[in-house]
Design a protein around this ligand. Structure first.
Ligand code: TNX
Length: 529
């Protein structure tokens, strides 16, 4: 009896060990979300130029460090941003350290390339994952930020959670070489029709950053509200911001708010482009300062959704003093190259006056060191060199701009307007340009759209969100998701690599990630087919 006991004990221990291991294995398979087996199986949007898997994993653990190239101080900040992104779901407090440009094995590396890799350009990157390190390398810090957006999508969807998740945090190994098709990949947010709070703008920027957009066009003023503090003309916000479409209380960004938005965007490689829409779409300004009107009488504040109802008085000198002050103050807060002067739908401005106005306003923007962008109507004026024109509906306007040597941003209303309804049953949105289902929002190509506009004329694309029917983040999410990722891919991925059927598969899979984020996207029937 006594002699047998150790044998029995050993047997029992073995049973218990096998039993426990079995439980461990089963629970790992069921509780942990395992990423698909290779890089290609991840739902990468926008699709990179080249992806080659090597069939192994790198595991993100709590003791991993982020090594940032010390030859540019911006890289360390980018490393800290990556750590900040990975923290909520993993609870790993990843430390950022610097390295003189050498890769450190066992860790994540953000390195600037020495060799002059022309192919990568300003925003391109290489992302190499092996079982012993992760390395993102780029010519410029911007490329590192783009590479990080890809790295994030290689991690399990749970990485997007704001609460700690139980996952093995495996990253599939391989090599991605990637760079954008277009220099300008924009999204526009109209904060004028309905005022959009700062934190919702920041959220919009987060969404843009996920898909490698790099230009946030803020439509800051319109008939229904003036949304940016201008210190030299205080009534613009004291009075001109106090309502919105439907008669709500409106609101505005202080200059401090605006700076915060600009900085938040810059860390994500997004340049803010402020738009002051002129000479039309100015009712809020006219209501605040009647001297800007021709008859000197202030109109009422406006809460409807008609367009083409207002104009600055283009023959008054005070109007140019006003424009000068506004552009001066805003240009000083805007590090980016561009200033958007609007210029659309000036239906009550005689053409001759419109041309005179646009000519003068371009000069003012130029004097404050900004390149001008305007809606395609501004091509009626003489465009100064480096002005960009934003095509939205009228190809003749775009052609007139191209004939003057300008490049065009493609923002075709019938394809790229994210405020269009998906179909006639959509709970919000307009449909004057089209109903735009998720497949239609993806299946357009800037070069194929208009015969008269060719590749070299196009600097990039933009997807605008007008907010006549949009009041809050929930509405924003419903209209931009899941169309916005498609526009991102059009801007980033070469045309020959884009195809609806394969994109559809990736987008479907990607919806799980949006679920983790709690994004209230539109449930499109075309994704269920
Ligand atoms: C046209 S597109 C407009 C905006 C409206 C939008 C609504 C453009 C340059 N002007 O004023 O908000 O349609 O979809």
């Amino acid at each position: 009896m006594m002699k047998n006991l150790p044998v029995l004990e050993r047997w029992t221990r073995r049973t218990v060990f096998i039993y426990l291991s079995w439980i461990l294995v089963v629970s790992m398979w069921s509780c942990h979300e395992y990423p698909p087996s290779s890089m290609e199986d991840r739902a990468l949007i926008p699709l990179p130029v080249s992806v080659e898997s090597t069939g192994n994993y790198f595991q993100l653990r709590h003791d991993i460090k982020i090594y940032a190239d010390d030859r540019d101080e911006r890289v360390e900040k980018i490393g800290e941003y990556l750590a900040h992104l990975l923290y909520p779901a993993t609870n790993f407090d990843l430390k950022t350290e610097t390295t003189p440009g050498h890769r450190v094995r066992g860790h994540i590396n953000l390195l600037l390339q020495d060799e002059d890799d022309e192919e990568l350009g300003e925003e391109g990157y290489k992302l190499e994952v092996t079982d012993s390190y992760v390395e993102i390398s780029a010519k410029e810090p911007a490329g590192l930020i783009m590479g990080m957006a890809t790295l994030r999508q290689l991690l399990p969807d749970a990485i997007e959670s704001t609460t700690v998740q139980d996952s093995a945090w495996m990253i599939p190994t391989g090599l991605i070489i990637d760079y954008p098709e277009y220099e300008y990949r924009g999204a526009m947010l109209d904060v004028a029709r309905h005022f959009i709070q700062v934190e919702d703008v920041l959220r919009f920027i987060d969404y843009m950053a996920m898909y490698k957009f790099n230009r946030l066009h803020l439509h800051l003023t319109d008939d229904q509200g003036w949304r940016i503090e201008i210190k030299s003309w205080p009534r613009l916000t004291e009075y001109g911001s106090t309502t919105e479409v439907g008669g709500g209380e409106g609101g505005f960004f202080t200059q401090e708010d605006y700076k915060k938005i600009v900085e938040y965007a810059a860390l994500r490689n997004i340049m803010v482009i402020p738009e002051i829409d002129m000479p039309g779409h100015t009712n809020a300004a006219l209501a605040s300062y009647p001297e800007l009107t021709c008859d000197g009488v202030a109109p009422e504040l406006y809460t409807g959704i008609e367009v083409g109802i207002s104009t600055l008085c283009t023959s008054k000198e005070v109007v140019y003093e006003f424009v000068d002050d506004v552009i001066r103050e805003l240009a000083a807060l805007t590090p980016g190259d561009y200033f958007h002067i609007g210029g659309d739908e000036s239906l009550v401005t005689p053409l001759e006056d419109y041309i005179y106005f646009v000519d003068r306003v371009q000069e003012i923007a130029d004097r404050y060191g900004k390149k001008v962008i305007g809606w395609d109507e501004i091509s009626h004026a003489s465009l100064i060199p480096n002005s960009l024109v934003q095509y939205w509906a009228n190809v003749d306007n775009a052609v007139r701009a191209i004939d003057q040597g300008a490049q065009v941003i493609m923002a075709p209303a019938r394809k790229a307007y994210m405020d269009m309804q998906y179909d006639s049953t959509s709970r919000i949105g307009l449909h004057w340009a089209a109903y735009i289902e998720v497949d239609e929002a993806y299946q357009w190509d800037p070069v194929q759209l208009e015969e008269e506009i060719s590749r070299e004329d196009i600097i990039g694309i933009e997807a605008p969100l007008w907010t006549e029917t949009v009041t809050d983040l929930k509405d924003i999410e419903y209209l931009i998701f899941p169309r916005m990722p498609g526009h991102a891919e059009i801007g980033w991925t070469p045309a020959e690599k884009r195809d609806w059927e394969t994109y559809k598969g990736r987008l479907r899979q990607h919806l799980n990630r949006l679920d983790v984020m709690g994004v209230g996207y539109y449930r499109s029937p075309v994704l269920e087919e």
